[in-house]
Write a protein that binds this ligand. Structure first.
Ligand code: SAH
Length: 353
């Protein structure tokens, strides 16, 4: 049975499903889920990410994490990545930090991943690069040690719900069926507490991710209880709703959200204000969101690229500079992508903020 048929059968039986339930099935259904079946990254896949574009991204993040570890007093710590894709970012982090005295010996590496296909890819990328590699399916399985955590393009893959308010009445945008095809329908609903207090504009879509809120709450709670620093990098917004940000990507082009579910990636933009508010409420210090271009720039991205070019044949130098431009330029990933740091209140602002 295809995912399309399976979703339709569920709707026929129980009525329209929330956008969050639809997203969770499309991305994570154990058999048909988008991430469960294939490696979606790279030129031959559906989308590409910063670590796949340039090694500079992972190297600078590795040095940022190691600097946080030093500022924390060099404790035994858990080096954690959420949703590590092909393992490229962690491989770059480990390579960039290899020469930092006692860093590798002080950390155990923890990868939180639900997809068997991607776990295999991560193993291929990381085997032999650190003696203590561990995989988990849930963030709550992580050890009670200070965190050095990174999540790149992880939060955008978490399910969101969508709500609209008309004449003071909230409705939830749901997935139903019309003429045998999946379609959006609206049903009267009680909005989540986070939305109940907004002065909603009629007809505007407000998004809410319970999964993202739970995970950021858990990260901030862990940092407050055990120490550590976390870096969240993703595309998203601050300063209020951007309306409907649910999007499907297939072979690097936009795709209909409700057509051939499970064949295309499905994501939503991250609401950084909400993540920040939740982490602050848990007692953590939060910095950003800062645009990715400005963040990487202040960590020395240009100097790193120039250095790489010095050790690279002339005909490959343009590729290095093109990768850097994609990461930092406002027209590419430099503005839309943002960086949020979560640390403990006892330390000064981290580098890059
Ligand atoms: N961080 C990588 C990959 C981003 S794609 C990069 O920058 O290249 C999103 C990743 O998150 C994939 O590895 C996907 O399998 C994983 N993922 C999605 N939902 C998840 C969940 N609920 N729990 C754990 N991993 C998840």
């Amino acid at each position: 049975m295809s995912l399309d048929t399976l979703i339709k059968k569920r709707i026929e039986k129980s009525g329209p499903m929330s956008v969050a339930d639809y997203m969770a099935l499309v991305l994570s259904h154990p058999e048909h889920g988008y991430y469960m079946r294939k490696d979606p990254l790279g030129a031959a896949g559906d989308f590409t990410t910063s670590p796949e574009i340039s090694q500079i991204f992972g190297e600078l993040i590795g040095l940022w994490l190691a600097e946080q570890w030093r500022a924390m007093g060099k404790p035994k710590a858990a080096l954690v990545e959420l949703g590590p894709g092909r393992g490229t970012l962690m491989a770059d982090i480990l390579r960039a930090t290899r020469m930092i005295s006692r860093f590798h010996e002080s950390v155990s590496v923890h990868l939180v991943e639900t997809s068997g296909v991607l776990k295999q890819a991560q193993w291929n990328a990381l085997a032999g690069k650190h003696p203590d590699l561990n995989w988990h399916t849930d963030i709550d399985e992580l050890p009670e040690k200070p965190f050095l955590l990174v999540a790149n393009e992880f939060f955008d893959a978490l399910p969101i719900s969508q709500f609209v308010c008309e004449n003071g009445e909230w409705k939830e945008r749901m997935v139903g069926i019309e003429d045998g095809k999946l379609c959006f329908v609206y049903e009267a609903a009680k909005p989540p507490a986070a939305l109940a207090s907004v002065s909603a504009k009629a007809g505007t879509i407000y998004e809410y991710s319970e999964a993202a809120e739970n995970i950021i709450h858990s990260i901030a709670g862990h940092v407050v209880a055990h120490g550590g620093s976390a870096l969240v990098v993703d595309y998203g917004y601050a300063g209020g709703t951007r309306g409907d940000t649910l999007q499907a990507l297939k072979a690097h082009s936009y795709h209909e959200v409700l057509i051939t579910p499970g064949e295309a990636d499905l994501t939503a933009h991250v609401d950084f204000d909400r993540l920040k508010a939740i982490a602050q409420k848990a007692g953590a210090a939060v910095y950003g969101p800062r645009p990715q271009g400005a963040f990487l720039g202040s960590l020395g991205a240009i100097a790193r690229a120039v250095r790489l070019c010095e050790n690279t044949p002339d005909n490959q130098q343009a590729e290095i500079m093109a990768g850097l431009t994609r990461l930092v330029s406002p027209e590419a990933m430099g503005e839309l992508f943002k960086v949020l740091a979560i640390t403990t209140p006892d330390r000064p602002a981290p580098e890059g903020f």
